[in-house]
Design a protein around this ligand. Sequence first.
Ligand SMILES: C[S@@+](CC[C@H](N)C(=O)[O-])C[C@H]1O[C@@H](n2cnc3c(N)ncnc32)[C@H](O)[C@@H]1O
Length: 261
Amino acid sequence: MAKYNDINMKLWHNYSDISTDSLWIIDKRDNSGIHSGHYHGNFIPQIPHQLFSRYTKKGDWILDPFMGSGTSLIEAINMERNSIGIELQKDVVQEVTNRLNNIEINNSKYLIFEGDSGSIDITQQIQNNINKVQFIIYHPPYWDIIKFSDNKQDLSNAVSLQDFLSKFSKVIDNTSKLLEKNRYCALVIGDKYANSQIVPLGFYCMNLFMEKNFLMKAIIVKNFDETKGKSGTKAIWRYRALASDFYIFKHEYIFVFKKLS
Ligand SMILES: C[S@@+](CC[C@H](N)C(=O)[O-])C[C@H]1O[C@@H](n2cnc3c(N)ncnc32)[C@H](O)[C@@H]1O
């Protein structure tokens, strides 16, 4: 058995639901239990589910520094992992807290902090509570594609690409010190299009981790179909793509890194 998951390799052929491929085509969102796709900019529960299956064990602590609607926390609870969410927006924190307060939780704990994931105060509080975490899942804003709030610390309000990368870099430095050595973290992110060119946010952010000496373990490409923002505008986007020189984004990235020191 690997030290970082609960997969019993003697029964390896029983895990057909756990992906080992670098291309994830997922048709339908898992809307079971209290999962809900209401939050603009959420990810599908299958992403944390797959990552937690491969990189965590029951009882491990998972940190999500960009909690949003709490998809990671709900999935951690479903899988008997403990979890910590950090989120800048007060009303979003309140909504997740209310939802989690209304379910019966037996074999896991969760903590939610309101604030900036780049702030040392928050990580200090986490350290005081539980010391180290065994996995981190980063799902930052894809820069300004969706504006989440008016808060200056919100990565979606970064004034330039450099500002976005420097804010995200600060979050990585601040939170990854909580990650146990030899354990994993994942980054879920997509690219953006501006001024008639692609801004490859995915690769810029991937580089941040590599510059910080994380070991690169996986580059997964995941499909997405229609985002809420583009809902009902399929035909016009196809027309624009055909008339111009671009392709419509249908994928995002999941990068997996291992912390060596
Ligand atoms: C892409 S969403 C995450 C969605 C989440 N995975 C879900 O399934 O709901 C990014 C979230 O990060 C929050 N955020 C942005 N900047 C932040 C910061 N500096 N610290 C904490 N949260 C931040 C935003 O308010 C937003 O809710």
